[in-house]
Write a protein that binds this ligand. Structure first.
Ligand code: ADP
Ligand code: MG
Length: 256
């Protein structure tokens, strides 16, 4: 049984004037420890699907299962990271990183120690007592990642977490996220519109078509690339071949 199962999910947004079917008959399985990307043009329903997986939005039809179960207390299992870091501006970096543990009443000497180790590992040891506005965008995203991991989630949902960063910072952060998730053997879903990022980070890419959003095609990333860090993978000839294949497919989608 897959760790995450999305079964026949259809989602329609209703307003007074119109209805928008954002997703139609989407079924996806993600295995434990797998890194899957949802790739597709803006408006194809990626964020909607991630919100449904997170339990923030209830799908119009279909269901989401974790280890075969429909969860009410999904919050315990899920770590969510967004383009904007949503750190609390009035709290220090250390307080921000501990907040999830505090809210879920899991703050103990051990969990605090583990969270502070994450901060140190992410090169934020010197800035623990600073406030978010005193940090660069890349540092804030690293703090957000530490906060997300501190509660030891079963799955990480990443919604374009690198898209607001400059290229250099983004490449460094990709490697950090990749290495960290491998070390802790976390299951993750990344939403992105960036083909290269999807290839560099993932085991598998699901390409979405839009209006309504459906899974158009799946690309399995070959083992030879998967074992490399995102930065290393980008240097491989095989990387270019997959890039071309996905590029073509995306162009084809846009024209139809
Ligand atoms: P993506 O993340 O791939 O850009 P979204 O999931 O944000 O796509 O949006 C999918 C579609 O649903 C779009 O057509 C968008 O306009 C529509 N949509 C998203 N959120 C809402 C909402 N709260 N109310 C109405 N329509 C929405
Ligand atoms: Mg989105």
């Amino acid at each position: 049984m897959s760790f995450l199962q999305v079964q026949d999910v259809t989602h329609t947004y209703f307003s007074l004037q119109e209805k928008t079917t954002a997703l139609e008959n989407v079924s996806i399985n993600v295995e434990k420890g797998e890194f899957v990307s949802f790739l597709g043009p803006s408006g194809c329903g990626k964020t909607t699907l991630l919100s449904i997986i997170a339990g923030i939005v209830a799908p119009t039809e279909g269901r989401v299962l974790f280890e075969g179960q429909q969860h009410d207390e999904k919050d315990r299992l899920i770590g969510y990271m967004l383009q904007q870091d949503y750190l609390f501006p009035w709290k220090t970096i250390e307080e921000n990183v501990l907040i999830g543990l505090r809210i879920s009443k899991k703050l103990s000497l051990e969990t605090k120690q583990a969270a502070l180790e994450l901060l140190e590992k992410f090169g934020l040891h010197q800035v623990e007592n600073k406030y978010p506005k005193e940090l660069s965008g890349g540092m804030r995203q690293r703090a957000a990642l530490a906060r997300t991991l501190a509660v030891d989630p079963g799955i990480l949902l990443l919604d374009e977490p690198f898209s607001a960063l400059d290229y250099q910072t983004k490449l460094n952060l990709e490697d950090l996220v990749f290495n960290t998730l491998h070390t802790y053997q976390k299951t993750a879903v990344l939403v992105t519109h960036d083909i290269e990022e999807a290839i560099a980070m993932s085991d598998r890419i699901l390409l979405f078509s839009k209006q309504p959003g459906t899974v158009h095609k799946t690309f399995a990333i070959p083992e030879s690339l998967r074992k490399l860090t995102p930065f290393e993978a980008r240097q491989e000839p095989e990387f270019q071949a997959i890039f071309q294949a996905i590029w073509k497919e995306l162009n084809h989608l846009e024209q139809h």
